[in-house]
Design a protein around this ligand. Structure first.
Ligand code: SAM
Length: 285
């Protein structure tokens, strides 16, 4: 499959054309994804339970990354079922397959490929899970149409994506942090993908014979002493390098953010309001 066919390759942005994924696929990002999964794992598990994902099912984890959700799904479906994890990143796919081998999970397979060129047989999955992927790619309408084909009749599509990233706030408001968040927003604007993809999905479900069984908001408000606080924190630290490359943040502004962060963390009144996400369960008729 064509590894170059990626979100960033499609942007033609001089700084983005070589990277398979906005935040890179290096060790720090791998660890960040692991941490991010710890923060949101319970919400994912609740969604799967609500969708009746169970032992013996065949599941696709679309844009799986290194497989943090994949392995939780693998435990749920057990070795009577299977999980196919698809991601564009060779590094993540290799890592996932190594992990599967180390755990003796013969029913888990990571394959490298693009969500825009799904080369999978139709009518084979009981469930498809997709989290934090559709916000970063183009052609979402065609992707949903393809996913509907991959599901067996009665199969279920489970999605958790951003609905309104602009709701992200860190208080008390500090200039250096505000500048950083504004630079992030600007970076979403110059990308061809639609970060706030969630509200567009219900129409696509209905157009593809998928009935909407569940829709709900996903958001958190957290203080520095809570796990969720670290989630946007690690994201902003990693993404600041990308923002500098894109010319949307200066080194001085990055440093001002790094200096401000520990002060915020020491402030018991500080609060993070996470970017507003939504989750869906849509079932093939
Ligand atoms: C934010 S991570 C989410 C990973 C995983 N879904 C999770 O919840 O932990 C986004 C993932 O999408 C993958 N990705 C980006 N563009 C892709 C594409 N066109 N096709 C397949 N995967 C893609 C990236 O490599 C990355 O692993």
């Amino acid at each position: 499959m064509n590894q170059k066919h990626t979100l960033l390759a499609e942007t033609n942005h001089p700084f983005m054309s070589e990277k398979p994924y906005i935040l890179g696929t290096h060790q720090t990002e791998l660890e960040r994804l692991g941490f991010q999964h710890r923060v949101w794992a319970a919400d994912a598990a609740k969604l799967w339970q609500r969708a009746h994902v169970q032992r013996g099912m065949h599941v696709l984890d679309l844009g799986s990354g290194p497989g943090f959700a994949t392995f939780d799904l693998a435990e749920l479906v057990n070795s009577d079922g299977s999980v196919t994890a698809l991601d564009i990143s060779e590094a993540f796919v290799d890592y996932g397959n190594q992990q599967a081998k180390a755990r003796g999970y013969d029913h888990v397979t990571f394959i490298q490929g693009s969500v825009n060129e799904l080369q999978l047989a139709p009518n084979q999955f009981d469930a498809i899970y997709c989290r934090w992927v559709l916000s970063w790619v183009t052609g979402v309408k065609s992707i949903i149409a393809e996913l509907a084909k991959l599901l067996k009749p009665g199969g279920v599509l489970m999605i958790q994506e951003y609905a309104q990233w602009g709701t992200f706030r860190i208080t008390p408001e500090i200039n250096a942090v505000r500048t950083m968040i504004e630079a992030c927003r600007e970076s979403w604007r110059v990308m061809p993908s639609e970060i706030d993809i969630a509200p567009h999905l219900p129409k696509m479900f209905v157009e593809n014979n998928l009935s909407i069984e569940h829709k709900a908001p996903l958001e958190r408000v957290s203080s520095p002493d809570e796990l969720t606080w670290q989630w946007p924190g690690t994201f902003l630290h990693i993404y600041s390098e990308q923002l500098i490359e894109m010319g949307l943040l200066s080194r001085e502004e990055q440093q001002a953010f790094f200096d401000a962060w520990p002060k915020l963390e020491a402030d018991p009144s500080a609060m993070i309001i996470t970017p507003f996400m939504m989750e869906f369960i849509a079932r093939k008729k």
